[in-house]
Ligand binder design. Structure first.
Ligand code: SF4
Ligand code: SF4
Length: 109
């Protein structure tokens, strides 16, 4: 579930607001996205992987908020962790290189 939006990291590009399929976000008068409808979050991670500045954190727990703070996310290096795992965006290692399922195919032939 979406948990944190970092005011200091956000560049107000509006991408997360536009990609969210559940219309979770609204914007304040400064253009900062705010989590307006957290219960509607589908934990799809789209906002996190599309954010160009790693300003969002979505927790894996889908049943409800875990209450993590921005400081905790920062201290634990969790901003952008999902996108890094996928190899999403320039300069990041492609996550497919760590995919070992092709060994199943080798075992079949
Ligand atoms: S995780 Fe998906 S549903 Fe939840 S706020 Fe982000 S884009 Fe919207
Ligand atoms: S995608 Fe990231 S930088 Fe852009 S508005 Fe959303 S939180 Fe801010």
């Amino acid at each position: 579930m979406i948990e944190v939006i970092s005011d200091s990291r956000c560049i107000r590009c509006d991408i997360c607001v536009r990609v969210c399929p559940a219309n979770v976000f609204a914007k304040d008068d400064q253009g900062l996205p705010i989590i307006a409808r957290q219960d509607d979050c589908q934990t799809c991670f789209l906002c996190e992987i599309y954010c160009p500045t790693d300003a969002l954190f979505v927790a894996e727990a889908a049943d409800g908020p875990i209450g993590i703070t921005e400081a905790e996310v920062e201290d634990r290096g969790l901003f952008g962790v999902y996108a890094r795992g996928l190899g999403w965006s320039k300069g990041r290692a492609n996550g497919a290189q760590f995919d070992t399922t092709h060994y199943l195919r080798v075992a079949q032939v």
